[in-house]
Design a protein around this ligand. Structure first.
Ligand code: ATP
Length: 241
């Protein structure tokens, strides 16, 4: 188990400052949610943590991301995965022409054989439907199944921290509920989760603690139960007047 910390993070896309001094903590074994409107910087935050920011021409101008005190910021994405932090990007991004099995194997590349075999077993238990469809091209799966595959692929590296970007976006309520239950199960098995989620009610039901981002900064933070009960959060994000 491992604690992820983000300290005073400043991220620029050229002249655009997307994050302006964000600090947060994902304690070992926790689910922590990041809420906020479109463009608030949620995706940028996950990309900065996973080392994929450079592919978007983003740059960490200041601050650090650390896992148990070891610096992750500055490492390449593959090195961050080896340290135990994996990212399920928004929009799932499975390899559509590859089979389900090939997608999963790709997630386990670079993972020691025994650990990969254990992870494969865990993914099989979590997502029986992926085993049934293992030889089909991933592009033929439904949106919810592709999300399961994207999560399964990330689990193949045996992460201690999972970064999830909008895992229920665009899914029917029943499928969204299944994904939420899966996130709970993954966490119960010992993986910490940093969850970016449009659906505030879902996010607050999964998380123990949450941060609200606004234009690149933390506007509010607190235990999820307190945020869920806060009039301001209810009015602004839960559509309760
Ligand atoms: P969404 O839910 O829409 O993805 P978000 O909260 O995840 O929103 P980000 O995608 O992190 O927000 O974007 C934060 C800010 O950075 C926005 O102003 C956005 O326009 C800008 N931005 C994001 N990606 C880039 C990029 N590749 N180049 C330039 N600006 C970018």
């Amino acid at each position: 188990m491992a604690e992820l910390t983000v300290g005073d993070l400043v991220v620029d896309y050229g002249p655009v400052r997307a994050l302006d001094g964000v600090s947060m903590r994902v304690p070992s074994g926790a689910v922590v949610a990041v809420l906020g409107a479109n463009g608030a910087g949620k995706t940028t935050l996950l990309r900065a943590v996973s080392g994929t920011l450079r592919f978007q021409r983003g740059r960490i101008a200041r601050g650090a991301v650390e896992l148990d005190g070891d610096r992750l910021s500055g490492l390449a994405a593959a090195a961050v995965v080896r340290r135990g932090v994996t990212h399920v990007p928004e929009g799932r991004r499975v390899f559509a022409r590859m089979t389900v099995e090939e997608n999963l194997r790709a997630g386990g590349l670079g993972t020691p054989r025994r650990a990969a075999a254990e992870a494969r077993e865990r993914v099989r238990e979590l997502f029986p439907v992926l085993a049934e469809r293992s030889r089909q091209p991933a592009g033929l799966l439904s949106g919810g199944e592709q999300q399961m595959l994207a999560i399964g692929r990330a689990l193949m590296a045996g992460p201690s921290v999972l970064l999830l970007d909008e895992p229920t976006l665009g899914l029917a309520p029943q499928m969204a509920a299944r994904i939420a239950a899966t996130i709970r199960a993954i966490n119960a098995a010992g993986t910490s989760v940093l969850l970016v989620e449009q659906n505030v009610a879902t996010a607050l039901s999964l998380a123990s603690y949450a941060y609200v981002l606004e234009v690149g900064g933390v506007a509010m933070e607190g235990p999820a139960a307190e945020l869920a009960a806060s009039d301001e959060v209810r009015r602004r994000y839960l559509g309760v007047s």
